[in-house]
Design a protein around this ligand. Structure first.
Ligand code: ADP
Ligand code: MG
Length: 330
């Protein structure tokens, strides 16, 4: 069963064409991540799915039903925002039960759903606290709990971890992945963070300037990017790009090599001068100058390389990507 189907969806604000011919099917139970740089239209697309914005053209179907004219409250969705959007005058229990009260659910049902959600999210000790008495991570869990208790057909998350510090982001990311496993629900998750996309998604939708650049599993996109944009967006440190003529006779095309695919080799084809070294313990990132290009090599383990050293990098030819002048993979 298809949880969500978008057909030729466009959205304009006045003269600004923000979403361009979006086509997408999300299967029941899938975790789909929309990723792309800030301003590419991720939130707008999520809001069109939620019904907070109308599509200018095209069709939105949820669970097989066309919902273009259905108000948000009747779409069977629940949305979690970056800003949490909790009611400050209600405690955790009150925040979690509000939507259910509006749906006129019985006291027993409400109590049961809050008990289940707060157990899943480790919120049981905090049910009587107010949002101002919670940490950022706890507030975000309440926002997620408020979505869970509604048992939506489709969860929509808009950059839910952006306000959390790095360590908490990682923990909460793992919690969201566990939650998806437990609930088996369909989820759409928006982020500009390629690590979140890679680690959470069954399928990633890469957006750029209002268009879908590529759709696929994280490893499909990583190993087989359709174009230079996708190749450069996924992976950290990101893929190195330089004219292919730097290493062999080639007219006009761009070569791409991931940092982890470069290695130090006395007779390697890339002669470079080391600009900077990041000793991370487990890895060493070497940032080096090749003519007017800067490249990054990610070496496994620890290496006594110093700034200013001349080095040569090698790579296995099958690890190199080639892109034409239009950015498409050759
Ligand atoms: P993202 O979430 O990927 O950062 P958004 O979907 O928020 O991007 O915005 C995409 C583009 O649409 C931006 O250029 C933004 O300025 C524009 N936009 C979003 N909402 C509105 C609006 N209500 N009116 C006019 N332009 C908007
Ligand atoms: Mg956004």
């Amino acid at each position: 069963m298809t949880a969500l189907a978008l057909t030729d969806v466009n959205k304009s604000f006045g003269d600004t064409h923000v979403l361009k011919d979006i086509n997408l099917d999300v299967e029941e139970g899938q975790f789909v991540v929309f990723v792309g740089p800030s301003g590419c239209g991720k939130s707008t697309l999520l809001r069109v799915i939620a019904g907070l914005e109308d599509a200018s053209s095209g069709e939105v179907r949820i669970g097989g039903e066309v919902v273009n004219l259905t108000p948000p409250s009747r779409r069977g969705i629940a949305m979690v925002f970056q800003s949490y959007a909790l009611y400050p005058h209600l405690n955790v229990r009150g925040n979690m039960s509000l939507a259910l009260k509006q749906e006129r659910k019985s006291k027993e049902v409400i109590a049961e759903r809050i008990a289940t959600a707060s157990r899943m999210l480790n919120l049981e000790p905090y049910l009587d606290r107010y949002p101002s008495e919670l940490s950022g991570g706890q507030r975000q869990r309440v926002a997620i709990g408020r979505a869970i208790v509604r048992k939506p057909k489709l969860f929509l998350f808009d950059e839910p971890l952006s306000n959390l510090d790095a360590a908490l982001r990682m923990n909460t990311r793992i919690e969201i992945a566990n939650l998806h496993r437990q609930l088996g629900a369909s989820m759409i998750y928006v982020t500009h963070d390629q690590t979140e996309a890679m680690t959470l998604a069954d399928r990633i939708v890469v957006l750029r300037d209002g268009r879908v650049e590529q759709i696929g599993s994280p490893m499909e996109l990583y190993n087989n990017p359709a174009n230079q944009f996708v190749a450069g967006f996924l992976g950290s440190p990101s893929m190195n790009f330089f004219p292919a003529s730097l290493v062999h006779d080639a007219a006009g095309d761009t070569m791409g090599i991931r940092p982890e695919d470069l290695f130090i080799s006395g007779d390697g084809p890339i002669a470079a001068r080391v600009n900077h070294v990041e000793h991370l313990g487990g890895d060493t990132n070497v940032i080096a100058q090749v003519q007017e290009h800067q490249i990054t090599a990610r070496l496994f383990g620890q290496h006594p390389i110093r700034e200013g050293e001349d080095v040569r990098f090698g790579f296995h030819p099958q690890k190199a990507f080639h892109f034409g002048q239009d950015g498409l993979r050759l």
